[in-house]
Unconditional design. Structure first.
Length: 202
């Protein structure tokens, strides 16, 4: 084991997630963030089409990475046109494993029953920046990957945590909609935490 490897292990051991990073992980994993299991540790894997937003996330987690974001160009399935995405991943550490265990207890992402204990306004903003839209007074969150039971938990969670009770819409692919009457409340929660290169209308 050479000196560089020892230095890297010492550096890894010194890393601690800040409260802001923890809040962003919670919101992002409800959106598009993946947490991958690597042996007894875990790493965050982030892929976004929006370059500025991806680099914003990279700046937040830069101390946990070894290389800057990279571009990947693939063909779109329907049109075969080139599609550019940007990605980076963190080094494997124990801290992300806690969130892996929370959201992937059996290998598939779920909505944890106790996620309300961890959800903050900043978390909500990053969830919205990943999977949210705004249209004619309605805010919505794309939640198609969650079960109906999990959607009901989401409704109760957002109502209890933020006094914003969404409705479930859709059949095969469900989404959460924030009714117009809760729009100002929802906006007041997310607007102070939206990233400078905003990727969603607020």
């Amino acid at each position: 084991m050479n000196k560089n490897w020892k230095d890297l292990n010492a550096y890894k051991a010194s890393l601690k997630l800040s409260e802001i990073q923890k809040e962003i992980i919670i919101g992002s994993v409800l959106g598009d963030l993946s947490i991958r299991q690597i042996g007894k540790y875990s790493r965050l894997a982030l892929v976004r089409e929006h370059k500025e937003y991806l680099f914003h996330l990279y700046d937040i987690f830069k101390d946990f990475t070894r290389t800057p974001p990279k571009e990947r160009v693939q063909k779109r399935l329907k049109t075969s046109e080139p599609k550019s995405t940007w990605y980076f991943s963190t080094i494997s550490r124990r801290a992300p494993r806690l969130y892996r265990e929370l959201f992937y207890p059996h290998g598939k992402k779920i909505f944890p029953v106790d996620v309300g204990d961890h959800l903050s306004a900043r978390s909500l903003a990053y969830w919205y920046m990943d999977d949210g839209t705004y249209n004619k007074g309605y805010y919505s969150l794309s939640t198609a990957n969650f079960t109906l039971e999990e959607h009901n938990l989401l409704v109760d969670c957002l109502d209890a945590c933020f006094a914003c009770k969404p409705t479930i819409q859709g059949t095969a692919y469900k989404n959460l909609y924030i009714p117009v009457k809760y729009g100002p409340r929802f906006k007041s929660l997310i607007e102070p935490n939206v990233a400078p290169p905003a990727v969603r209308d607020v």
